[in-house]
Design a protein around this ligand. Structure first.
Ligand SMILES: [Zn+2]
Length: 217
């Protein structure tokens, strides 16, 4: 189960002080989907790992609301111009938080790999929110961003390339594009650097191409 607690945050963009719920602990994972989406018993922790300022829409992890946050004048301007006008009056959903956090990370010039992870988490939140259309939208965006990371020099560590190549295939499969998914799954073996520890990735890619499953194990 997931334990939450109230935390006090101050927005580094607009100075707004607000309360947010954060994860204290989480365990009892009920399993892992074949896109690595882990499930907790009861409340899912994901929406509470990202916080959104209720005034300007700036979003990120708890660390992004400390003095360590990388806040430039350009970032401030983009938050005010693009996130603030879209602020809803009610509670912000997990996928909305991750979408905003992905934009902030992109504007901060963070690695495509990092932005892709946030977009993938937005898709995972959509699964719990029961929004299939938005889930596909974020899976597509995550796949493109992981692709960008794989193409950039040093964007992905050598020993992580095979598993991310598999993940892009799995994202396209879950979007419904079996042909594109197969192209990515077929590329996995050539990205493997250690056949001993990474055989499972080759096996997973073959399985998801030929006889797909929704859960590992
Ligand atoms: Zn703010």
């Amino acid at each position: 189960m997931t334990t939450l607690q109230q935390i006090d945050l101050q927005c580094p963009i607009c100075e707004n002080r607000f309360r947010s719920q954060a994860v204290v602990s989480t365990n009892s994972f009920g399993g892992k989907r074949t896109d690595f989406h882990e499930r907790a018993a009861g409340t899912q922790p994901l929406p509470y790992l990202i916080h959104t300022c209720s005034r300007c829409g700036y979003s990120g992890s708890e660390r992004d609301f400390t003095e360590d946050a990388d806040v430039s004048p350009v970032l401030k301007e983009r938050v005010w111009n693009e996130l603030a006008p879209a602020i809803a009056t009610g509670p912000v959903s997990g996928s909305e938080k991750y979408e905003a956090a992905a934009k902030v990370a992109d504007w901060q010039g963070l690695e495509p790999r990092h932005v892709a992870d946030l977009l993938l988490r937005a898709a995972w939140c959509c699964v719990d929110e029961g929004d299939i259309e938005a889930e596909r939208f974020f899976r597509r965006k995550a796949a493109w961003k992981f692709d960008e990371a794989l193409q950039s020099f040093d964007g992905v560590a050598r020993d992580e390339r095979a598993v991310l190549t598999y993940l892009v295939g799995e994202l396209w499969r879950r979007v419904g594009d079996a042909k594109l998914a197969a192209e990515w799954f077929n590329r996995v073996a050539s990205e493997v650097v250690d056949a001993h520890t990474q055989q499972w990735v080759i096996d997973a890619a073959r399985q998801q191409r030929d006889c797909p499953r929704e859960w590992f194990g």
